[in-house]
Design a protein around this ligand. Structure first.
Ligand SMILES: C=C(O[C@H]1C=CC=C(C(=O)O)[C@@H]1O)C(=O)O
Length: 434
C-alpha cells in the first residue's frame, strides 16, 4: 500500500561539475545513500521525498507511483546522461508478507559521476519548499561540490558467529537443507534457495563509509550500495535499462575461491563449470529470467553457455542477457516482472516461496529483494540484494547489523557444502564490517 496518496510535484535541476567527486567520502557517515561501481555512481545527501510500499503489489505500486511523479516533475538537465535529472534510489523487501517496508527515496542533493563526467542534481517539492520552490530559484542557487567530513575511526564487529534473532542456528539450517532435499525428492519442487542470517552490533555513531569503501574497493565487479541501512556489494544485475536497451546478469552455482593456492582455485573453477548439479541449478535461474523478461522485450540474447565469474570470495556460474524493450516499460516494472528469480527463490516459483516460508523461520527483509535506482525516463539499474546486511537505526548507543546469505538447493545438494557456501557468501559483509 502506498504511503503517498497525493502525487507531489517536484523540480529537479542538474548541473555539470568540473571536479570528479569522491562518491563514498561525501556520504552521510550514519545514514549513507550510495550506489557505485568503479568510475560510476552517485551519493545522495538529504531526502526530498520518501515513498513506502508493502504487500504483494509493492513493486507494481512503486512503478505506477514513480511514473506519476516523473510525469509531473519539471526538469532542467543539460547534462543528459543515465541518472541525471530526477532520480530515486530504492530497496524492496523479498517477501510479499514481509514486515519490512520497501522504499523509494528521492534525494535532496545527488552528486554523481559517470566515467569522466560529473554532475550535481538538486530536487525539491515545488509547493512545499518556499523560496526554493521554482525551477528558476533552484537553478539560480545551485550549490558547489560540498567538502567531505573526515572519516571517523572504525571499531568494527565480529559478524558471522551469532545467528540473528529468530533465525536458525547452524544445526537448524542443516536440518532445513535436509528437509528441502526431501521435498525435492518427493517431487514437490525442483529447486529452493535457503538462507540464514547472522547478526552483530556496531557503535551507534559508527562511520558506515568504512564498510562501504571496503566493499567498493574489493568487489569491483559488483554494485556497492547503501540504501536505507541496507549495505552490500551485489554481483547479480536484475535489470539495467538505458534508452530501450535492457541487460541482466544471472548467477547461480558457486565454488569457494582458493586465493592462496592457484591449482586448487582452478580446480574449483573447473569443477563448477563441469558439475551437472551446478549447471542444473544455474539453468533454473536463467530460465526464470528468460520467461519473465520475454513478454516485455524483443531480440533476447544470452551468452551461449554459462561463464565463470571470479569474485574475491567465490566463483559463480554466470549468464549475461541482452534485449530491446518492446514496450515503454520502466526499469521498476521489469524488476516487478522478474522478482523473485530462481536465483533467490527456486523452481517452480510458487512452490519455492511456500517452501522458503516453511523452512526459513525468519523474515528476509530486503535481502534477496531488489535494490537500485530509477530516473524520470524509467531507466535505471537494479541488482538483487545479495552479499549485504541491514543496519538498524541506533538503539541504546548501538546498531544491530543483520547479514543474510543463502544458496540454491537442488537434487543432490549436500547440507554441509551448502553451509560452507553460505560462509563464503557472508565474507564480503563480514570482512567489510570487521
Ligand atoms: C542466494 C545467494 O546467491 C545466489 C546468487 C548466486 C549464486 C547462488 C548459488 O549458487 O546458490 C545463489 O543463487 C546469496 O548470495 O545469498
Amino acid at each position: 500500500m502506498s504511503s503517498e496518496p497525493q502525487v507531489p510535484r517536484l523540480v529537479a535541476v542538474t548541473r555539470p561539475l568540473d571536479r570528479i567527486p569522491d562518491i563514498i567520502a561525501l556520504a552521510d557517515p550514519e545514514n549513507p545513500l550510495v550506489w557505485t561501481r568503479g568510475d560510476r555512481g552517485c551519493v545522495c545527501i538529504g531526502e526530498t521525498l520518501r515513498l513506502t510500499f508493502t504487500g504483494p503489489d509493492r513493486y507494481a505500486e512503486a512503478a505506477a507511483e514513480w511514473r506519476r511523479i516523473a510525469e509531473l516533475t519539471t526538469i532542467d538537465d543539460p547534462v543528459r546522461l543515465p541518472g541525471t535529472g530526477l532520480v530515486a534510489l530504492g530497496t524492496f523487501a523479498f517477501a510479499a508478507e514481509s514486515g519490512t517496508t520497501s522504499v523509494l527515496v528521492v534525494p535532496r542533493t545527488l552528486i554523481a559521476r559517470h566515467r569522466g563526467s560529473a554532475w550535481i542534481t538538486e530536487i525539491r517539492v515545488t509547493d512545499a519548499d518556499g523560496a526554493e520552490s521554482s525551477i528558476e530559484q533552484l537553478a539560480g542557487a545551485m550549490p558547489q561540490l560540498p567538502e567531505a567530513t573526515p572519516l571517523r575511526p572504525w571499531t568494527g564487529t565480529a559478524l558471522g558467529t551469532r545467528a540473528a534473532e529468530g533465525a536458525p542456528g547452524v544445526a537448524a539450517y542443516l536440518d532445513g537443507v535436509d528437509r528441502a532435499g526431501a521435498l525435492i525428492a518427493e517431487g514437490a519442487l525442483e529447486k529452493v534457495v535457503l538462507a540464514r542470517q547472522v547478526a552483530g552490533t556496531i557503535e551507534g555513531d559508527a562511520d558506515l563509509r568504512t564498510p562501504i569503501t571496503r566493499l567498493a574497493v574489493s568487489y569491483t565487479d559488483c554494485w556497492t550500495f547503501a540504501v536505507d541501512g541496507l549495505i552490500g556489494a551485489s554481483p547479480e544485475t536484475l535489470v539495467r535499462s538505458t534508452d530501450g536497451a535492457v541487460s541482466a546478469r544471472v548467477l547461480a552455482g558457486t565454488r569457494r575461491r582458493h586465493r592462496d593456492d592457484e591449482p586448487a582455485d582452478l580446480r574449483a573453477r573447473n569443477e563448477l563449470l563441469t558439475s551437472p548439479k551446478e549447471q542444473h541449478e544455474h539453468a533454473f535461474a536463467v530460465q526464470s529470467v528468460v520467461t519473465a523478461l520475454a513478454p516485455h522485450v524483443r531480440s533476447l540474447q544470452t551468452s551461449e553457455e554459462p561463464f565463470p565469474l571470479r569474485l574475491p570470495n567465490v566463483w559463480h556460474l554466470a549468464t549475461d542477457l541482452g534485449a530491446t524493450l518492446s514496450e515503454n516499460s520502466s526499469a521498476l516494472e521489469i524488476v516487478g516482472a522478474l522478482h523473485p528469480t530462481a536465483a533467490v527463490a527456486g523452481t517452480p516459483t510458487a512452490a519455492a516461496i511456500a517452501a522458503i516460508a516453511e523452512l526459513e523461520p525468519f523474515d528476509r527483509g530486503r535481502y534477496a529483494g531488489a535494490v537500485g535506482w530509477i530516473d524520470a525516463a524509467g531507466d535505471g539499474e537494479w541488482v538483487i540484494a545479495l552479499r549485504c546486511a541491514q543496519v538498524d537505526p541506533p538503539s541504546s548507543g548501538e546498531r544491530t547489523v543483520t547479514a543474510s546469505a543463502g544458496g540454491g538447493i537442488v537434487d543432490g545438494s549436500n547440507p554441509e557444502h551448502e553451509l560452507a557456501e553460505t560462509v563464503s557468501k557472508f565474507r564480503p559483509v563480514t570482512d567489510a564490517f570487521a
